[in-house]
Design a binder for this molecule. Structure first.
Ligand code: HMN
Length: 287
C-alpha cells in the first residue's frame, strides 16, 4: 500500500444506452487513464455508482479492470455495502481477482452505533489479507477524530480516504495516529489543501476528466511551489464548480468521450445530458 500514492481517479463505471455495464467502454476508459499517467485507480466507489449495482456487476467491473490494467498501476476496490456479510463477499472476491487494497464506507442508513461500525471494519478487514482504507465521507456519516483513532487500531486497517473538508484532521492523523497511517484526500476542489496538509494521495471523481492538472498540482505541492499549485487548483475548480450543479458524474463521462474515451452513460435516477445540455456543458468547460 505504501506505493499507492499520487493521483487516483475514483473511476466511473461505464453503462450503455440500456443502463447495462459496458465492458468495452470500461476497458477503453482504463487505457485512457493509464495513458494519461494516473498513479492508480479506485473502483466501484460513489463515482462508480456502486450503490446502484448488483454484487455480481460490481465483481465483474473489478475483474475487467484488473484484466485490462495487467499490473501496470495499483488498484483499490471499494467493497462497501450495508451488511458485513455482503461486504466480506465483495472483499474476498476483490482479493482473489488481484486487487491491491480494499476500501469501504461505513454501514449507513440505519444510523449504526460506533461499536457496530467498528465491528464492521474489524470483520471486513480480517476477512482478507489486503490493506483496508476506511472511507470518511459526509454522505455515509463522518467518523470524527476519536473514531478514526479507534479504527486505526484494527490490524490491516492501513489508512483513510478522507472526503471531509476539515483538513486540520489530516495533519492531526499524521501527528497523533502515525505518519504511516495513509491518508487520501477526497475533495477534489481542495486537493491542494489536502496534499499540503500531509495527505499521501488524492482520490476523486474529477481525476477521470482532468488528471494532468492534478498530477501537475501534486508535483507542484511536492516541489513547494505553492503559487503554481494554486493556479492548477483554480483551473480545476472552474470545471468542478461548473459541473457540480449539472450532474457531475454524467458530465465527467461526457468530457471523457470528447477526449476519446466514451465512458458511456449514468444509471437512473442520475440521468444524462441531451444534445442541448451537452453543448452547454462543452461551452462551459471551454471557458
Ligand atoms: C468515490 O468514492 O467515488 C469518490 O472518491 C468520491 C469523491 O471523493 C467525491 N466525493 C463525493 O462524491 C462525495 C469527490 O471527488 C467530489 O465529487 C468532488 O470533490 C466534487 O465535490
Amino acid at each position: 500500500i505504501k506505493n499507492i500514492t499520487g493521483v487516483i481517479p475514483a473511476m466511473v463505471t461505464t453503462f450503455d444506452e440500456n443502463e447495462n455495464f459496458d465492458e468495452a467502454r470500461m476497458r477503453a476508459a482504463v487505457r485512457f487513464l493509464i495513458d494519461r499517467k494516473v498513479h492508480g485507480l479506485y473502483l466501484t466507489g460513489s463515482t462508480g455508482e456502486s450503490f446502484m449495482m448488483s454484487p455480481e456487476e460490481r465483481k465483474r467491473v473489478v475483474e475487467v479492470v484488473v484484466d485490462e490494467t495487467a499490473g501496470r498501476i495499483p488498484l483499490m476496490a471499494h467493497v462497501g455495502a450495508i451488511s458485513t456479510k455482503l461486504t466480506v463477499e465483495l472483499a474476498q472476491h476483490a482479493e482473489e481477482a488481484g486487487i491491491d487494497a480494499i476500501s469501504s464506507v461505513p454501514p449507513f442508513y440505519w444510523g449504526f452505533s460506533q461499536d457496530q461500525v467498528y465491528n464492521y471494519y474489524s470483520d471486513v478487514t480480517g476477512s482478507t489479507s489486503l490493506p483496508m482504507i476506511a472511507y470518511n465521507v459526509p454522505l455515509a456519516g463522518l467518523f470524527g477524530f476519536d473514531m478514526i483513532k479507534r479504527l486505526s487500531t484494527i490490524k490491516g486497517l492501513a489508512g483513510i480516504k478522507y472526503t471531509a473538508t476539515t483538513h486540520f484532521e489530516i495533519m492531526r492523523i499524521k501527528e497523533e495516529i502515525s505518519k504511516d497511517f495513509i491518508v487520501y484526500s477526497g475533495a477534489d476542489e481542495m486537493a491542494m489543501s489536502g496534499l499540503s496538509f500531509g495527505a499521501d494521495g488524492i482520490i476523486g471523481s474529477f481525476y477521470n476528466l482532468i488528471p494532468e492538472v492534478f498530477i501537475a498540482l501534486d508535483a507542484a505541492v511536492k516541489a513547494g511551489d505553492m503559487e503554481a499549485a494554486r493556479q492548477f487548483q483554480e483551473t480545476a475548480n472552474a470545471i468542478i464548480f461548473f459541473s457540480l450543479p449539472r450532474n457531475p458524474i454524467a458530465a465527467i463521462k461526457r468530457g471523457m468521450a470528447w477526449m476519446g474515451a466514451d465512458a458511456g452513460l449514468c444509471r437512473s435516477p442520475f440521468g444524462n445530458f441531451d444534445k442541448a445540455g451537452e453543448e452547454e456543458l462543452k461551452a462551459g468547460f471551454r471557458k
